[in-house]
Write a protein of this length. Sequence first.
Length: 339
Amino acid sequence: MHVGPAGGMNVASVHRIITTDPADTSGLLDAVEQGLDPSRVIAVVGKTEGNGCVNDFTRGMAATAWQAALPVPVIAVMSGGTEGVLSPHVTVIAEEDEDDRHPAGALVVAAARTMTIAADMLGQRAHAEAVASTVRQLRASTGIGTEDVHFVVVKCPLRTLGGDTYTSMAASRAASALGVARALDEIDDDELARGLAGDTDVHSGVASASAGVEVDCCEIVLLGHHPDAHGPLRASHVVMRDALDIHPVQRMLTDIEAAGGRLLHLFAKAEADPTSTIRGRRHTMLTDSDIHSTRHARAALGGVLAALSGETAIYVSGGAEHQGPAGGGPVTAIWRLPD
């Protein structure tokens, strides 16, 4: 299934909706009053208050509720876990007509599903290649270059039978991220093979992968700039080298402010550094048998980004295998030009 532009020049619109529970879609009415056309929604990307682990059924609940609330088929990417100061919310991404009052280079969106990822494909080269193929198709449909892609979010499946299910989540996220990196020429075939073999130096600067039981394929949403499309939205992205690496984010937010822009949303990846250290100090996230490390990481990075932006409704997804350097991760800002 493909949703989005097919050579057209429609541009992206973004509406962030705060939710009161995983199945809450009541904010859709307010978004419509603010100009959202529900028949032109492409995707919804949200954070639920579940645990974000294998047995987090709030993701499926939220996806089902939003797919039922909208009059058109949409991709619904739901990520569990709003630990710490993070707030549950949904970001509705739609298309709207070009606006010639704004300069060219507007943000555009496209979304699609891969084929079913069979159990024996999950985390393997075939999984990565399925993602890469779909991302290439989406980029071609939007007509943007690889260098103009700023965010690719993937909802990927996991195995619930046989073996460690957490390991299954990590392997699925890893193959998905590497597929994005290969499609955007961030890595070559040899690096793809190295990444699949566990080389953490191989990574994407724009991929964001979240695994869940609610899908049997990879659902993908791509956002990037079209050089000829006119509209008010833009995206910027940076890569944090660890959870304390605030300077790239500060510079990005400063640049947006200097351009007269208004920050609409932040998407980020977080993980517990696999070396069990942060800047030479030991951390205990990986050895905590009560709380999974992804929950610690989301809370930590969520607090950092909330302090920098003054906003708690931030998409922080845990588990950043090959999404930025080990222990770090990409951060994408969606922002609006001045009217």
